[in-house]
Structures are given as C-alpha cells and as structure tokens.
Design a protein around this ligand. Sequence first.
Ligand code: PLP
Length: 393
Amino acid sequence: MNGKMAALGKSPSKIREIFEYSRGRKALLGEENVFDFSLGNPSIPAPDSVNKSIKMLIEERDSVALHGYTSAQGDLGVRKAIAESIEKRFGTAAAADDIYMTCGAAASLTITLKALCEPGDEVVVLAPFFPEYSVFIENAGAVKRVVNTVAPDFNIDFDALESAINEKTVAVLINFPNNPTGAILSADEAKKIGDILTSKSEEFSHTVYLISDEPYRELTYEAASPFMPCFYSNTIVDYSFSKSLSLPGERIGYIFVPSSCENSRDIYAAICGAGRSMGYVCAPSLMQYAITNCVYDTSDISAYNKNRVLFYNALTKMGYTVTKPGGAFYLFVKSPSGDAGEFCERAKKHEILMVPSDSFGIKGYARIAYCVKYEMIEKSIPAFKALMEEYKK
Ligand code: PLP
C-alpha cells in the first residue's frame, strides 16, 4: 500500500470536513437553520441551453455512439467549438488540436502540472490559494513555492513574485477571479506578470510557463477578468464549466495550450501523455457533446451579484473587515481576533459555517461561499451580528 496516499485519503480537505459537519447539523436542526457557507457549489441552475442540448442529444443521437468513447483528447467537434469561441471572444488564435478535454479544473491542473514538471521542479503559487494546489503539485513531483499577496485587496506583490522565481521554476500558477478572495486582475497587473515571466525566462534560459486556473472566468461583477494568453504567450489555460455553466458534478473542462506557447506541440503531447498516465482520457462523452452547443453561454449570475452586494454591505456595516470581491462567489472576512480557527469555531456556535483560511496558505481569515439562497444570507445576518457583538464585549 502507498502510505502517502492512505494518509491523504484519511485527511479530507478542510472544506469537505466542514461540509460533512454541516450534514449532521442540518439533520439535527433542519436545513433552514444552518447557515452553511462552506462549499463553492453553484446555487443557480445551468442555462436552459444545457438542458435543451442534453435532451436533443438523447432524443436525436444514436445512443451507442452518444455514450461511446471519444478520442482520448476529446471529441473533435467540441474541441473545434471551444477553439472557435476562444478566437471570437479573446482574439487569441486557437485550434481544435490546442484543446484537451478534461474532467473539470482539478483534472486540468493535475494533467498540466504532471506534463510540465520533472521531480524537484518548483511551481510558484500566490497565497491565498485553492488548497488542492498543494496536493496536485506534490503529485507532479514538484515543490510549491508560496508568494503572499498583499491585504486588504490581496494584490500581487510583484517584487516578491520576481524574487521567488529561480532556475528551478517551471511555472507560476495563478487563479483569477480568485478563490477564496474574489480578487480579479487588472490589465496592468496581467501585463506586469507577463513582463516578469518574460524577463525571468531570459535570465534562466528556460521558459517559465504561466498556468492560469480559470474556473471562475465568467463570474465577474464589475470588470472582466483578463485572458492571460493575450498578455503572456507561454500561458496554459486550465478551464472548467463547473461554475460558468453550474455543472460541477458533471466533471467537464479543458486545457488550452496556445500555439504561441514555447514548444507548444511538445507541451500538448506531454498533456496527452500525462492524461494517459493518470487515466484522464476521454472526458465524459455526453457532457462533451452537450457543451458543444453552449460554449458562449453562462448561468444567470445576477443572483450571485445580489448576494454579494447584500452580504458585503451587511458585514461591513457590522464592523467586519471584508474586501469587496470583483468575481467568483466568495467573501474573505478578517477574523476579529486575528485567529481564523477561533473565528470559525466561534461562528459554529451561531450555526454559521465558514472555512478557516489556514488551508488556503494564509492566517487570520475565513472564507464565505455566498453561492447560496438569498434568503439564507438574510436569515444569517442576526447570527453574524451576535457573533460580532461577542468580539466587541
Ligand atoms: N481551481 C479552483 C480555484 C477552484 O475553486 C476549484 C473548485 O472549486 C477547482 C480548481 C476545481 O474545479 P472543478 O470542480 O472544475 O474540478
């Protein structure tokens, strides 16, 4: 038995742990009496086009072919449709053979990291970061190097980023709109990242790739999130339809290796090899065909925006320190005591479930996933007030 894997299996992520705790509380108190903000599970339905597409496929297509294997890298039709949509939306050249279909962003990331890294290579991540990055980077045999962002807006510390990149760095992994802060990049910041990676690639005489993890790309409320291949040619995009089309359980996403990438054909071959070595071939075929007709669509995110405004305004009015998120569906709240664990444990007594920031690589905050019913946020406000009163005493 692989002891490391057994240990990983026995220590579920903090998010999952709280989610499981919430099940027990809901069974005891009733669903409506637990304010569960633990999981980034979309709360709005997939657009009509998704259901129409699935219905049409089931009614009109030959069912043996529909449920059969596609090519390992994904059906040619869906890869063409995605490539076309990238060209039209972002003006970046894209072809079907630059796309590899995956089981969501988690698979996109594990495959990309495995494809790029040799044992001992370093991958730079910006804290706070999605906790599973640690697992995915270790799985690729690489080492994670953490660069902190700067509170209160969680902006990139460009000097720190520059000094973290060294001769062992193969990639910088970024995620905007961000989980857990909701931060998005400005075009200036995107350009700065590109400039740093270009100069570091020259300094160390090897390409430092940018991995852009973008499951929240379309979930923005004030300004759009820059498409990183437009700012740095050596960008690999890891995408998922989990959030944009509210399909997290269907496990569908893709990797885009632009032809502008250094060694793009070899990188794409390594992506295919990494997918093969981990058994990530032929992403779910029904979903591949279904999303072929929905590549320009997004769930109606106005409900998230309503939640964002209500929650942000209410919490700041009570005295909580919260950064206004520009995207995704998370609020990152500063612990009034400075201790994330203490804050989340105390909140539990008010039936508020949040995720402490420690597993995101930063101390002193709690993540609130506001992809929930508006009424639940309204109902939770007195509980947040009572919680703050305890700190004020
Ligand atoms: N990356 C980030 C930043 C995420 O927040 C998530 C899921 O919440 C993932 C990757 C994994 O997404 P998927 O469910 O598509 O695998």
